[in-house]
Design a protein around this ligand. Sequence first.
Ligand code: ADP
Length: 255
Amino acid sequence: MQAILELSDIDYYYHTLSGETQALSHVSFTVHPGEFVAIVGPSGCGKSTLLSLITRLLTPSAGKIFFQGHPLKEEDTLHMGYMLQKDHLLEWRTIRRNVLLGLEIQKKITPKNLAYADLLLSTYGLAAFADKHPSELSGGMRQRAALIRTLVLQPELLLLDEPFSALDYQTRLHVSNDIGTIIKQEHKTAILVTHDLSEAISLGDRVIILSNRPGRIRSIVPIHFSDALSPMEKRNAKEFNEYFNLIWKEFEQNG
Ligand code: ADP
């Protein structure tokens, strides 16, 4: 099966007046269709730099990035969807009109796409809130609306940049469970960047562990649970602690 994304031997250096900072060193990994890849690492190890390279905001200093088999190009970023820490919903628009925003901007308001937006709103429990404004929704519902706004554009690859870190602990557990379940149900391919090990293990099919700066891949851990479990259920499964201890050890000997 052809990879959606392949990073091959990526280095990245920031150049500033005070000198050169190497943010990433020899980073290589692939992401296949339908996979959920979680990237974890300490603060400052280059996680955001990695996403900026994938979205072409930055160009690698060395190495190559391929998207669906060809060298990554500008148009490919149109096939990527984003979920960030802030939901960036617009208060003056209703939830439905927020969800339609990307389609409007890309001039893709068609009967088929409108029907798909409504289907997603009803499947994921927001139909009754479609005419409300963002401030009338809970933090979790807002993140769900933000995800639906991205999904209506049918992205090939979802990029999640610490999407739950602004939420309090309890809400964070529920919202990450919700979002992880929706992404799997919609058969989407996703890359999650996080510093939260538990989040990475409960959501990821694979966890990529980065070292301290310059970020190198310490190890890649495939995650398998014997039963089909939701992200929340995985946190209570026996394999969870085993993965947590394994990955924690990698972190402890970080350097
Ligand atoms: P993370 O997202 O893992 O916290 P970043 O990708 O933001 O890490 O940053 C990686 C390293 O690169 C950091 O140690 C930071 O000091 C450095 N860095 C990030 N942005 C810049 C910049 N614009 N100029 C110089 N150095 C930078």
